[in-house]
Design a protein around this ligand. Structure first.
Ligand code: ZN
Length: 234
């Protein structure tokens, strides 16, 4: 019986490791998702910068159109100069040209400003593109690292499963079935140490008589509270 207990203790140690490793593998997709957010943020930033650039570029093109229209008008006004008969008309005509020229200068100023703005916006687009590439590269590296980690854990799991099947062979079926039932019921812990008259599985008191018997009797006892197998290490 004491030998059975030792096998159960060993089996529990292996199962605890198996559970831990399985949990580690299950967490990997979440870890990848966590590392995806900087890339998503960089992609969003790139979209925003592209939109700014396009808006600026559109404004610039519209101003270019305005410039071309006003230049045409000025050319036409100038062409009409020779048709003017009176001095008064001539003065008015010059004023009209002057007014249009002023408008043209203002448009040219706007274009210069917009060219600068567009250039800056393009620069920011390029920076945002660079950032996206960097984040993609970083994410790929993390994914590869996590893939390697997963492969390593799977290898360790295979070793643990081999050890488990060795130890299982040594435990009789009835006891093994009871162990599996307890493992399922008690959150992965089927066997617990009894220490200072307390079950370390559920932290409830163990009757003093039972506590003594665990040590002295050659049989396997269970906790009256949680039902786990109990053992004493001293
Ligand atoms: Zn207990």
């Amino acid at each position: 019986m004491k030998e059975d207990l030792e096998h159960l203790i060993r089996l529990q140690q292996i199962d605890t490791q198996i559970i831990t490793k399985k949990t580690e593998i299950e967490r990997i997709p979440d870890e990848i998702i966590k590392f995806t957010s900087p890339l998503k943020a960089a992609e969003k930033e790139l979209q925003a910068q592209k939109a700014r650039y396009e808006s600026s570029e559109k404004k610039r093109r519209n101003k270019e159109l305005e410039l071309s229209e006003i230049s045409d008008k000025i050319e036409k006004l100038k062409a009409r100069t020779s048709d003017i008969k009176t001095n008064k008309e001539y003065q008015a005509h010059l004023k009209e040209i002057e007014k249009k020229e002023k408008e043209k200068y203002l448009i040219e100023d706007d274009i210069l400003f917009l060219m600068e703005e567009t250039e800056e916006a393009l620069q920011r687009v390029k920076e945002a593109e660079k950032k996206v590439e960097e984040e993609k590269k970083r994410l790929k590296e993390i994914e590869e690292e996590l893939k390697k980690k997963q492969q390593q854990i799977e290898k360790e799991l295979d070793e643990l499963k081999a050890q488990r099947s060795e130890i299982t062979k040594k435990i009789n079926k009835e006891l093994y079935d009871q162990y599996m039932m307890l493992l399922e019921k008690n959150n992965g812990l089927a066997i617990a140490e009894a220490k200072d008259e307390v079950c370390l599985g559920c932290y409830m008191s163990i009757p003093p008589q039972l506590y003594v018997e665990i040590k002295t009797e050659d049989k396997i006892f269970t906790c009256p509270q949680c039902g786990r197998f109990l053992y004493r290490s001293q």
